[in-house]
Design a protein around this ligand. Structure first.
Ligand code: AHR
Length: 316
């Protein structure tokens, strides 16, 4: 295994003769709950490939934190060169990350954040600014309502939340709630759709049974939006017209729905982290200091800027 220089400039030498220069990486992935996640896993697998000089140990945690903790402990036992962690939720990582630190194995957090008492428990984090996405969505809704002359009291929102306690959910929910406080909209209902299409549909169906005034659905990812759209159509409503649809991720299939008018606004969350993470890891291995937090640039898509060209170029 390659010897490694961590961000604290400590050289890790396990005293094991390196058979070759292959870098062993353990990646604990959340699961396969969404198309975004599938694209993210693929990006990591393509980057950390044998051809590129890596031995990637990929572990799918099936949305369970306990599986992620077990995976990290296995990576430590296998003396990987570094650990990549896409955490399902923010809290509950102190103990296992301390174990990785004690073993001198750098940890790079990918996509969602961890909430730990000591931030030296991870080397760096790269991912999305979910609160910023949520705030952009709220500002978009305000502009949209103003342009259409809809009074704040006539905006009745259903929030289909992501996995409760995940960074993507916390930030997107907070961005919306800030908008509700600021503009005085009616937040009719909030319930998790767990970032999946099936649950998104189920939650939308049950909300439609309970409330007849919902005219905005704030879906905290695209798969939930696909499920919600199916439920709305089944209830005889026209998504994008009778009910304004806001969603996050901006995967190709969702951008097609922006173009066809079924989704009104998309707030991008870019999953292609593989090359970015590899670059960061290389710097860390060389002993270079890297920023603790790195946000990825993201765009907003509405019908105006979602051209065929944009959709065709979309890699995920
Ligand atoms: O953490 C990123 C979120 O997780 C994406 O928005 C969602 O699609 C995924 O499951």
């Amino acid at each position: 295994s390659a010897s490694l220089v961590g961000s604290e400039m400590c050289i890790r030498d396990r005293g094991v003769a390196a058979a070759d220069d292959t870098i062993t990486v353990g990646f604990s992935q959340v699961g396969a709950e969404s198309d975004w996640r599938t694209a993210n896993s693929q990006s990591m697998k393509d980057t950390f490939s044998k051809e590129n000089g890596y031995d990637l140990i990929f572990d799918d945690a099936q949305q369970k934190q306990e599986n992620q903790i077990t995976a990290i402990r296995n990576f430590i036992q296998q003396e990987v060169d570094y650990i990549l962690l896409a955490p399902v939720t923010e809290t509950g990582w102190d103990t296992v990350l301390q174990e990785a630190k004690d073993a001198d194995i750098p940890v790079i957090i990918v996509d969602r954040m961890v909430d730990v008492s000591d931030d030296s428990l991870y080397t760096t984090w790269i991912g999305t600014d979910a609160l910023c996405e949520g705030r952009k969505a709220a500002e978009w809704l305000n502009g949209f309502a103003e342009a259409k002359g809809i009074a704040a009291s006539d905006i009745h929102i259903a929030d289909i939340q992501g996995t409760i306690g995940s960074t993507a959910q916390i930030g997107r929910t907070k961005g919306l709630e800030e908008g509700v406080d600021k503009y005085g909209w009616d937040l009719v209902a909030q319930q998790t759709g767990e970032f999946t299409q099936a649950k998104g549909q189920e939650v939308m169906e049950s909300m439609l049974k309970q409330y007849d005034n919902i005219n905005v659905v704030y879906c905290e990812n695209d798969n939930e939006a696909f499920g919600a759209i199916d439920a709305l159509k089944a209830a005889g409503k026209t998504p994008g017209k009778d009910v304004t649809i806001i969603s996050f991720d901006a995967i190709k299939a969702a951008l097609k729905k922006v173009q066809s008018g079924e989704i009104n606004a998309e707030f991008e969350c870019n999953p292609l982290h593989g090359p970015r993470v590899a670059e960061l890891a290389k710097k860390i291995m060389k002993g270079e200091k890297v920023d603790k937090i790195q946000y990825v640039d993201e765009q907003v898509f509405t019908k105006d800027n979602t051209t065929k060209e944009v959709i065709n170029k979309r890699a995920y």
